[in-house]
Design a protein around this ligand. Structure first.
Ligand SMILES: [Cu+2]
Length: 650
């Protein structure tokens, strides 16, 4: 273990130097019940204000660290998209950066009152329903979002986001910014990290994302059907591969320990997850008993070959092939599907450096970052490295509670320090030289206080071959005094930092409803959204005005309508109590930004149709009377007059 060589960077109020060593089980167990008291007290020691951003001279071009950097004049557009997870709200947030303005939210896992997500038949089909047609789930916990790659950079096709509660993966089409598929992973609980592959592990012609890897944190009995519930030694977790196009689960790997975050190599050959509970503990102290946990690597090509050769099992009702990635079965490197590289105590976060050479794991309960050289991991799989831990090329102290790492493309890494309430900028090459014995290397370049207790971090284009080192965002878990008080529930604080110079400069705070977890930031020119739908993409579309009308087959009624500002095609439609109605609405307007809504009072119906979009709802007619259906989305000077009478006869 190396020593912290940056003594001048140490903060005041560190009475006990040993505190900067491992937080042992006892120390951390003392926190149980006290919540995050260590984190908060660490923060109190460090209330020194962040360095103020120097004011930019009037009318000068925006300089490094300028407060003006985040201010856009009216009508100016941001230069980056930020894709954020919505946390408990179960959606996908789209921000513009550097302004930090929230532009939209894409509903995925949880119903949304604006768009009618979870109300329309089309969205319910994607979300999944019970036999009675009601939604299977109405809660979610989104954590991680990542986007598809081509040639090592984002290609603007898809983004993915996970739901930890119900182990679901949603895909967002980045042409329309809509969720088009949701997959529930079998055999796992606590689905946490995701990462798309960056190219095919075998076929050099496939230089874009074809798979999404998913880690699962919670070990469970397999199959999880009521047996072995009192025998934690039988609890296991799996690493899952989902097909990026079909969104079907391709395969799973049974492993020792658990999965946390995920990362993929630029050559497509390796995926990895950091593991914080290699002990397989069920109780809190058990999960922290080992001094070292791991970064577990998956040899993707070998796993797929094993699946092809039928070397797999299935569990319970699931048909997904599960290969054996446990340590016991993978001792011979030349045939191993997995490779375990040890990492100090309960690591959190594994991130791929933009030069493609390293994965970096942060220690969480150890004040260290571990740098693993991927070429050496591949050497191990070839039988040319005497032990997997020889792939570790640096393990350096960077501060207390390191969690996640971002990159600037200039050889520097930026790691959040949860307990220190800081971001530390450190140089990867210097850290490697330091670990190799050159103790004159000053690998820590800068430290910046953040407000407060940072978790996720990401920089513009960070985990791409085009990392540009302009902006860094930090998701602070606590905001405390940074915003107007709004009662007991505090927003979180998303902070924007300028990293274009040697020193980091804090530019802006943004409140956000809890809790966003992870995010990515990409150049705006990589995304090409469409403004108007293609009417042919909707099988139910009412393309010809004369197809509008009420069509009855016994008690089943189909109401076909179209909208064209400022009118619906039917000024009224008649139904009878007891009917089962499917109402289909096509928006025939082709004008950009001309969206209509459709609400039915007392029937719990409201949804929108964007230009050239079709949506439908199905409901039982159970209340007689007159119901004024109206357009809920402002569309025209006569928007208030845009109505249709639903007349229900008893
Ligand atoms: Cu309207």
């Amino acid at each position: 273990m190396s020593q912290d060589q940056n003594k001048d960077h140490k903060l005041d109020g560190q009475p006990d130097p040993s505190r900067r060593k491992f937080l042992n089980t006892a120390a951390f167990a003392g926190l149980a019940g006290a919540g995050l008291s260590v984190g908060l007290s660490a923060c109190k020691q460090e209330q020194a204000p962040a360095p103020a951003a120097p004011a930019a001279p009037a009318a000068a071009p925006v300089a490094h660290g300028s407060a003006n950097a985040t201010h856009l004049k009216p009508g100016e557009l941001d230069t980056y998209y930020g894709f954020w997870s919505g946390g408990h709200t179960g959606d996908f947030r789209v921000l513009g950066l550097p302004s930090g303005r929230e532009i939209t939210r894409v509903p995925c896992f949880v119903p949304d009152a604006l768009t009618g997500w979870g109300i329309t038949n089309e969205s319910k089909k994607i979300m999944g329903t019970k036999p009675d047609g009601s939604l299977r789930y109405t809660v979610a916990d989104t954590h991680h979002t990542h986007a598809s790659y081509k040639d090592g950079n984002y290609d603007g096709r898809y983004a993915w986001i996970n739901d930890k509660i119900n182990s679901r993966l949603a895909r967002i089409r980045l042409d329309y910014f809509t969720c088009d598929k949701i997959t529930e992973l079998p055999n796992v609980q606590g689905f946490h990290g995701i990462f798309p592959d960056k190219r095919d592990p075998v076929d050099p012609a496939i230089n874009y994302t074809t798979r999404v890897f998913c880690g699962s944190e919670f070990q469970i009995p397999l199959p999880n059907a009521g047996k072995d519930v009192n025998d934690p030694s039988k609890y296991r977790s799996m690493f899952t591969c989902v097909d990026a196009e079909t969104m079907e689960v391709r395969w799973q790997v049974l492993i020792d320990g658990n999965c946390d975050l995920a990362a993929t190599s630029y050559d497509g050959k390796l995926a990895a997850t950091n593991q914080y509970n290699t002990e397989g503990g069920v109780l809190y102290p058990d999960m922290m008993s080992a001094e070292r946990d791991a970064c577990l690597f998956f040899n993707v090509a070998r796993i797929e070959q094993a699946v092809k050769e039928g070397k797999f099992k299935t569990y319970g009702d699931s048909k997904v092939p599960v290969v054996d990635g446990t340590r016991e079965s993978n001792k011979d490197p030349k045939t191993a599907l997995t490779c375990t590289v040890s990492v100090p105590k309960n690591p959190h976060g594994v991130n791929a450096s933009p030069d493609g050479k390293y994965f970096i794991c942060a220690g969480k309960l150890s004040p260290t970052a571990t740098v693993i050289e991927l070429a050496k991991v591949l050497d191990w799989f070839e039988g040319n490295l005497e032990s997997a831990d020889k792939a570790i090329v640096a393990e350096v102290e960077i501060g207390l509670g390191p969690l996640h790492t971002a990159f600037d493309g200039r050889g520097n890494a930026y790691t959040t320090l949860f307990l220190d309430s800081q971001v530390v900028k450190w140089n990867v090459d210097a850290a490697i030289k330091f670990s190799a014995g050159d103790t004159a290397q000053k690998y820590v370049v800068d430290r910046l206080d953040v407000q407060y207790q940072p978790g996720h971090i990401n920089a513009s284009q960070s985990e791409t071959a085009a990392a540009d080192g302009k902006y860094l965002c930090v998701g602070c878990k606590f905001s405390k005094d940074r915003f107007l008080p709004v009662g007991p529930l505090h927003p979180e604080n998303e902070q924007l930092i300028d990293i274009s110079g040697e020193k980091m400069v804090l530019l802006a705070d943004h409140p956000v409803r809890p809790e966003p977890h992870d995010f990515i930031i990409m150049k705006r020119e990589l995304i090409n959204p469409k403004q108007v739908y293609n009417i042919d993409d909707f099988p139910l579309a009412i393309k010809d005005p004369k197809d509008s009308g009420v069509f009855r087959e016994g008690k089943k009624v189909t109401v076909k309508m179209y909208s064209m500002a400022p009118a619906f095609s039917l000024t009224e439609f008649k139904l009878k109590v007891g009917d089962e109605v499917t109402l289909i609405l096509t928006n025939l307007d082709k004008v950009e930004d001309l969206t209509h809504g459709f609400a039915i009072p007392k029937y719990n119906v409201n949804f929108i149709v964007n230009p050239q979009e079709t949506a439908s709802v199905t409901f039982k007619v159970d209340k007689p009377g007159v119901f004024w259906c109206y357009c809920t989305h402002f569309c025209h000077a006569l928007h208030l007059e845009m109505r249709s009478r639903m007349i229900v006869e008893a």
